[in-house]
Design a protein around this ligand. Structure first.
Ligand SMILES: Nc1ncnc2c1ncn2[C@@H]1O[C@H](COP(=O)(O)OP(=O)(O)OP(=O)(O)O)[C@@H](O)[C@H]1O
Ligand SMILES: [Mg+2]
Length: 248
């Protein structure tokens, strides 16, 4: 199993890159795939052109409210596992899991711990797990997920966005996550005229995601990218780089 996390500041293209990674894997027959949307304000499902599944935190909440009315012979954890399998929507060649909001006025430690345990179990069924995250990589600091083979940190080329990317990189090291390899991906979506001096990067950029008009138009139309052409420049770039990385 190979687990890939995608992180970065808000609006830098995390979900776009996640969807392109999933599409590349699908079209290359690298399955089974689990897409995990760890952004509570998520739209990965939209980019993948599918309806929004029920999120895991809502499932946990509902079960908590059921109190004594669980089906006979099932304890809370068993029932939860059963319901969570329902919440994984099976789609065109991949599964998707929505985490939901794990922070709020109450304590979500219980939900977080459960999610972590269940993810650990589920992961064994897949060859690839792709986790799109919310801005700032909050769930990483709460350690809902601990092990990644690959972490793509997405950034635009401006200083603020790069600083944020660097903070995420440092945080991932400080909290002692098990990340085998981190990569910086620069998104040219909003091109910044002053070019960065490569020596100032905290990690050498792995690749640059070019601006792709087709992706932007699809996003405006709420269309998703699953049937994007092989000629899409952003898709081609992700495909080339990801496949070469996986073949190493
Ligand atoms: N390389 C690109 N070419 C064209 N459009 C892009 C590119 N990268 C991102 N976009 C567009 O920018 C917008 C924001 O991208 P996206 O949703 O992937 O960012 P995000 O980092 O996931 O945002 P959030 O932090 O809100 O989750 C989308 O409309 C997307 O289509
Ligand atoms: Mg996003």
């Amino acid at each position: 199993m190979i687990k890939i996390g995608i992180a970065g500041k808000g609006g830098v293209g995390k979900t776009t890159l996640s969807a392109l990674v999933i599409l590349t894997l699908l079209r290359s027959g690298k399955k089974p795939i689990l897409a995990v949307d760890a952004d509570s304000n998520s739209n990965l499902n939209e980019m993948l052109g599918i309806s929004r599944p029920e999120d895991l935190v809502s499932v946990v909440d509902k079960i908590e409210k059921m109190k004594g009315s669980l089906p006979a012979g099932m304890d809370k954890v068993q029932y939860l596992e059963f319901k969570l399998r329902d919440a994984i929507s099976e789609n065109k060649g991949f599964d998707i899991l929505l985490m939901g909001r794990t922070e709020g006025p109450g304590c979500y430690c219980y939900a977080n711990n459960l999610l972590r345990d269940i993810l650990d179990k589920l992961e064994k069924n897949y060859s690839f797990i792709i986790m799109d995250s919310e801005a700032g990589f909050e769930h990483i600091s709460r350690r809902t997920s601990r092990n990644f083979d690959i972490l793509f940190i997405v950034s635009l080329s401006d200083k603020t966005s790069l600083r944020s990317a660097e903070r995420i990189y440092q945080m991932s090291k400080e909290i002692d996550l098990n990340i085998k390899q981190s990569y910086l991906v620069l998104n040219e979506f909003r091109k910044i005229s002053s070019q960065q001096n490569t020596s100032s990067f905290f990690l050498n950029p792995f690749f640059t995601l070019p601006f792709d008009e087709e992706i932007l138009n699809r996003s405006y139309e709420g269309k998703g990218i699953m049937d994007i052409s092989e000629e899409s420049i952003a898709y081609k770039t992700v495909k080339e780089n990801l496949l070469s990385l996986l073949s190493d």
